[in-house]
Design a protein around this ligand. Sequence first.
Ligand SMILES: [Zn+2]
Length: 536
Amino acid sequence: MNYLKAILRKDNSAKIHELKKLIEIGEKLNKDTRPDIKKLEVLEKRNHKTSKNSSKKQTNTINYKYSIKSVYTQDDSIIVNFNTKISKNYIKFFELKRDNLHKDVFDIKGNFKDAQPTVLKINNIKKITIGQFKPKVLRIVLANEKNLNTSYTIKEKQLIINIRNLNNKRKVIAKKTVTNKNSNNYIDKNNKIRTINTKDNSIVIEFNKNFTKKDLSYSTYKNNGNYEDVFDLKGKFKYTKPIKLSIDGIKKITVSSKDKNTTRIRISNRKDLKVYYILNKRKLTIKISGISKNSKKVTTSTLPYSNFKSKTIVIDAGHGANDPGAVGPNKRYEKVVTLKIAKYLYSILKQRGHKVYLTRSTDTFIKVGKRTDLALKKNADVFISIHANSVPKKDAAKVSGIETYYLSPAKTARAKRVAAKENRSDIRKMSNSNTEAFLSSLNSPKLRYSRLLSIDVQREMLAEVRTKHKVKDKGSRPGPFWVLLDAPQASVLVEVGYISHPIESRRLYTSSYQKLLARGMANGIDAYFEFKARFD
Ligand SMILES: [Zn+2]
């Protein structure tokens, strides 16, 4: 719609902007976006030519009606000037990897007149785009084959995005680190800074003389996947060899001297921390919140996105007890496989900080209705039901692979067949026409979300298992599953493979393969949350 409006206005930049949105959504829905991408390339070339002539000194527009005054490049930096003072929460930063390109995305609070979408240029960076992502969010994307080393600094009304090591090889500075847990020993009576200590979740700096805001500079960086909060304090401190401070749950805190008259405190962590400071004449307190206390554990299982939020997930292991589900060669039972995977998925999601519930944790039978009751009761964001598929013996050796279903009236014979099997343990009876009517009346956001979730789960599961095995992708598809009908929000049913297939069923019974599937599902679920957070 907006794309059409842009065409009618003959507004090249707006066209590019809308096309990009279309492509992003199209890719998500597995649509063929190639024609749109071609169109985009043509438009961008045209746009680049015209903007080259009009602004040799990059984009440098001043417009006081907008909250962002100007955006331009300078050496290896992008400078964003605002009309007002800004703070750290004006900037949201995250990384994406798509089509072999690393993307550093900066979402900046504010609107900018020329953001439709201007292409900025810095040598050795493949592509920089800036666009008004939302009415009040300006998005700058740096795309490159190699992961860029970006950082940003906030100075009053200015945001400086700096890209390090573009031309030069990284200088390796050997640092001698003296670890000292009891930093209370360090008292410097002669220089400006008297002591630097940690207390609970704070760093406390005491001065021998009055210290003002002017003596302090605070920046935030992203460095090799770590978030860094850096405080530069004007003044000498005798004990900067450098020294290490420690706060439980934070990866690293160092104190060093930046130059002759500047002392630097660097807080470095995997997850973005909330850092703020209180200055009181001779005392500066840097308070840190958002520390995950078990971060030592968390850092080993990397989170798939930076703006992580805890969600509620209900995992349903299909079948149980007298209902074995499908039975494969050598008496391999579906109910055994589903429970094992469900438990692995449970512990992965739990470790990542989500609230997780299992419909069953033992070999028991639970009615279909009761499975979704739990999801409703817990107000779950996602419901995932785990199953394994099967075909009659004569086809067993031929049919294998993974597929993910989301609830919808059955469209294909195959979906109907699978649904009939999985629905068997449901005691509810409904005439065919009734079923169709009921299913069609499902609320559409739930359907849309479920579809997106199924795409993410399917893709990530395959990515995981394919690191070790050759596995068929049977896609993400609609199907009329009772178990999904009463489930809240996004719900999917995963068929992790064919238990009737001689090789796949053997694989499904090994814990290493079960773990791969579980990790893929968890990645898919988190990818869905990350995507949803960006578009909601
Ligand atoms: Zn099943």
